[in-house]
Design a protein around this ligand. Sequence first.
Ligand code: HPA
Length: 271
Amino acid sequence: MQYETARKISERLKREAGEMPDTAIILGSGLGRFAAEIQQEYAVNYSEIEGFPVSTVAGHAGRLIFGSIAGKRIIAMQGRFHLYEGYTPEEVTLPERVFQLLKVKNLIVTNAAGGVNPDFKPGDLVMISDHIGLFCPSVLWGKNEERFGERFPSMSEVYSKSLQDIALAAACNEKIELKRGVYCYCKGPMYETPSEVRMLSALGADCVGMSTVPEAIAAVHGGMSVLGISCITNMAAGISGEPISHSEVMETGAAVGEKFSRLIKAIVARL
Ligand code: HPA
């Protein structure tokens, strides 16, 4: 079912959007500026793509953009689907399946996350070295679709070491500090309790968020190389003693937007 939907969408995009880029980017909160800098060649609203989930968030920019930035052609997802919105795992990972059928090689996933590691601070950019996805419903449950990937895929290197090297070199060249850390998925949409955050810290998490893991797992299942970058928008519950609010998350995301966008552009330029 998901295969047929993804196949139809990919056929349409091949017809309408021309030559396919090697890299797709999921733009998390805070990367609005990046989207504005793409020289667009073709764009389509999610609502106009048959089979794409309809966004539950009012005013949410749901658009797939084909174009170039830093001299490289890319596909950008402006707006993503989260499991907490009530989408099924198949709906949440439909874009990665479409990218796979378009023969995209690299997926860059960005997000906003809460800092669990006390060495992190709001505004930091963190390269995801690995994730803890045990709290995430598996997106590979059910009959395996062999045309997408194998039944028991390895998750020993979800985040490509060679893409991490490229990201570090790009950050160094731009004089942007890029920290490294383990991202832990939590279901949301409520933020975590302080006790949950203490537990995540004991488990080895450096930051926490409500996205990325479903997308990264589907992309790896499909043979893509994944790079993940988190923007620490707040310290996770109980770490700083301050209550977390969605407006704080959005404000920090916006304040870091220029640096975040410059980093992703510098990475793309090196791919
Ligand atoms: N927890 C979970 N998701 C988040 C957070 C957080 O503290 N901040 C931004 N996204």
